[in-house]
Design a protein around this ligand. Structure first.
Ligand code: GH3
Ligand code: MG
Length: 694
């Protein structure tokens, strides 16, 4: 073999440009880089504990590339290497420029790099790759079971598995085979090569060599496993699938998965039945007259309910009845509509109706809003079950059915196995719950809509009425409070107005109106009880002069002082009123002796003759008083007032500052106010200006 040594200039990383001896493997080992020994086998490198790997041990090996993938990891180019001791994943920086051809699988290379902990197991980081020669992909590989791969111990190793290819999915860059092994399925991925037929592998029993790779979480824990294989050159079909799967004999569904001592590795089987439910790209359920069956399919070919179809798929132990996985189908001539069977929840839970077209009544209790499909949750009998329709087949009407409605649901019954209960028992499969797979929105028929009065609404109505009642009470209370307040205010102002109407604002004495009332009352009492009353009318003398010379303000104060003196001069049972101007009336009730009136008049004249002191002024004042008493005589108030008025004028005539008792002749004499001239030169006001207090 000619060794052609090609050294690739790795331009992506400056670290990669350094020679292994000079480079510092990682920031963590900068303290003692010389102390780390160089690892010379992939087994040594892959066996490091994570903390050790993190120290960045130098690695220098000669190995064969078993996988090269620039697409699968956006962070770097995925490379698997294999030497005689084992295998490892090498993380090649993206952006690298290979001077020649990339080191594709089967290339013998000289690799220098450092250890790193990787996402799950140690990897070879920052590889400096030198192609030595074109070699060959390792022929021998350790044969492993799925359970071994799933321990993670085979990480990065070159292994061989055995199984039947259930499906081949192709993307723009990759091809993934789903291979059913003993104990489960595993995905095996390779970089897609244009023009290569991968689909012929479906249903083939194959041996496949590839690199075991982990699936992991952020905590570097294993969550699954897969294989990366270089290409079809490492896949050997021991038993290829049939060229035309539909040429296989049609098997009755009820014969599937029955005991046979000659049962071999499960290849695809071929059945034929009438379509009961079809969810394009997901599920196709049929009934062949012996038993119903549902198949998982990615096919989306339009097909009508009731029409016959040929289905080929891998038998799957997934429910009470066998089902098919990775199924393909094609229409078959003819049709046979299948009628739904009416069932109860108890019948659904017996399991024999699994995959059958059924009809069941239930009450809607809610919807699973988190599901991408429309999922109605219903109760029936003692069970809660779900009715499911893919979003693509659904409608708003189905989602808008009101909770509490009674529905008739038609669809395929999917009975779920109670794995725990079944294991505990003698082997007979037990059901835990069931679902109904709807065919269309019309499969949920509302038989009875719920009453508008739900518990929630009744509660709400009660709450609202309570609030209204409480608001009414509060409002009534506030209104009543306001009415009481306003009534009080009205009463107060009415009393104020009445008081104002009956009392003089300047002196606070009763007015003519009130005096008139009181006088009438006093006259009535006097007549009934044969008592005497006395009435005095007095008028200040020459009061105008005070006003004119000293102003109305002083005049007002004189009037107030006059009122106070009059109040002081009478008993509490008597009344004094201001009739207007400087004229006052005193009503003396229940006079024991009419002469008492004269004494009081005398007292008043004396009292009002006292000079008034206002600020620095000393004003001489006086009043003229008319007196009239009534004993047994029947007289009205007006007459009495006229009489006392006449007497008062007589007092004026008599020179003022005196009182005069009414006599009948005074009425005859015309009661005219005497002229000012009548005032004697010695009247108090004549000396007004000279009486200022110094
Ligand atoms: P006479 O001795 O004849 O009674 O003389 P007089 O100046 O007192 O005359 P008269 O009683 O007719 O005049 C009363 C004056 O009282 C007339 C008016 O200017 C004055 N007067 C009336 N009401 C008020 C008032 O409320 N305040 C003041 N300051 N003066 C008033
Ligand atoms: Mg007067």
């Amino acid at each position: 073999m000619i060794l052609v040594a090609l050294t690739f200039a790795l331009t992506a990383s400056s670290a990669l440009a350094q020679s292994p001896a000079k480079q510092e493997p990682s920031s963590l080992n900068t303290r003692e880089p010389a102390a780390l020994r160089t690892l010379t086998s992939l087994h040594q490198a892959h066996s490091l504990a994570a903390d050790e790997a993190r120290r960045g041990y130098p690695i220098h090996v000669r190995a064969v590339v078993t996988y090269y993938d620039p697409y699968v990891d956006s962070r770097r180019i995925a490379l698997f290497l294999h030497d005689s001791t084992g295998g490892i994943y090498a993380a090649v920086p993206r952006g690298i420029v290979w001077p020649g051809q990339a080191p594709l699988p089967g290339t013998l290379v000289d690799v220098s790099g450092i250890s790193a902990p990787g996402d799950f197991a140690p990897i070879l980081d920052q590889p400096h790759i030198t192609v030595i020669s074109k070699s060959h992909i390792p022929i021998h590989a350790k044969s492993v079971a799925l359970s071994e791969i799933l321990t993670g111990s085979e990480d990065g190793q070159w292994v061989e598995i055995e199984g039947v290819v259930h499906s081949v999915s192709e993307s723009a860059t990759h091809v993934t085979l789903r291979i059913a092994m003993t104990g489960g399925t595993i995905g095996a991925t390779t970089v897609r090569r244009p023009g290569v037929d991968y689909q012929h592998l479906v249903d083939a029993w194959v041996h496949l060599r590839g690199n075991a790779a982990p699936m992991f979480n952020s905590n570097r824990q294993l969550t699954g496993a897969r294989l990366f294989f270089p290409g079809l050159e490492t896949v050997t079909a021991r038993a290829p699938g049939p060229l035309d799967v539909f040429s296989l004999p049609v098997q009755p569904i009820n014969s599937l998965m029955r005991f046979s001592s000659a049962a071999v590795w499960p290849h695809r089987i071929h059945i034929r039945g009438a379509v009961t439910t079809y969810w394009p790209g997901r599920t196709l359920c049929v009934d062949d007259g012996t038993e119903p069956l549902c198949a998982q399919t990615s096919q989306t070919t339009p097909i009508a309910a009731g029409s016959l179809v040929d289905i080929a798929g891998f038998t799957l132990l997934d429910g009470f009845n066998p089902s098919l996985s990775d199924a393909v189908f094609r229409p078959s001539p003819g049709s046979r509509p299948v009628s739904p069977v009416s069932i109860t929840d108890a019948q659904a839970l017996q399991g024999s109706l699994d995959s059958a077209l059924v009809q069941i009544e239930g009450q809607l209790i809610g919807q699973d809003l988190e599901s991408a499909d429309t999922v109605l949750i219903l109760t029936s009998g003692k069970s809660i079950f779900r009715a499911v329709l893919p979003a693509a087949l659904s409608s708003a009407a189905l989602s808008n059915i009101r909770v509490g409605s009674t529905l008739r649901i038609t669809g395929v019954c999917s009975t779920q196995i109670d794995a725990h209960g079944t294991l505990e028992g003698y082997g007979a499969t037990q059901a835990s719950r069931f679902w109904i797979l709807l065919r269309s929105p019309q499969d949920a028929v509302v038989l009875h809509a719920p009453s508008w009065w739900t518990t929630q609404r009744v509660g709400l109505a009660l709450l609202v009425s309570m609030m209204i009642t409480i608001t009414g009470f509060v409002w009534a209370f506030i209104l009543r409070h306001r009415v009481e307040q306003q009534t009080r205010e009205l009463r107060r102002s009415r009393e104020l107005y009445r008081h104002m109407a009956h009392h003089d604002a300047l002196t606070g004495l009763p007015t003519r109106v009130l005096l008139h009332d009181r006088l009438q009352t006093a006259l009535d009492r006097a007549q009934r009880f044969h008592k005497s009353i006395g009435l005095l009318m007095l008028d200040l003398d020459k009061f105008k002069q005070i006003n004119d010379s000293l102003g109305h303000g002083i005049g007002d104060r004189v009037l107030r002082i006059t009122a106070e003196r009059l109040r002081a001069a009478i008993r509490k049972t008597d009344s004094v009123a201001r009739m207007g101007g400087d004229e006052f009336v005193v009503l003396l009730n229940d006079l024991e002796d009419p002469s008492h009136a004269e004494r009081i008049a005398e007292k008043i004249v004396a009292s009002l003759s006292e000079p008034v002191r206002i600020d620095k002024l000393q004003l001489p004042i006086s009043a003229s008083v008319g007196v009239c008493t009534i004993s047994d005589e029947v007289v009205d108030a007006e007459t009495l007032l006229k009489r006392v008025d006449a007497a008062m004028y007589r007092a004026k005539e008599c020179g003022r500052s005196c009182f005069q008792v009414f006599t009948a002749d005074m009425i005859d004499a015309t009661p005219t106010r005497p002229p000012d001239a009548v005032a004697t030169p010695t009247s108090p006001q004549s000396t007004l200006l000279s009486s200022r207090i110094q």
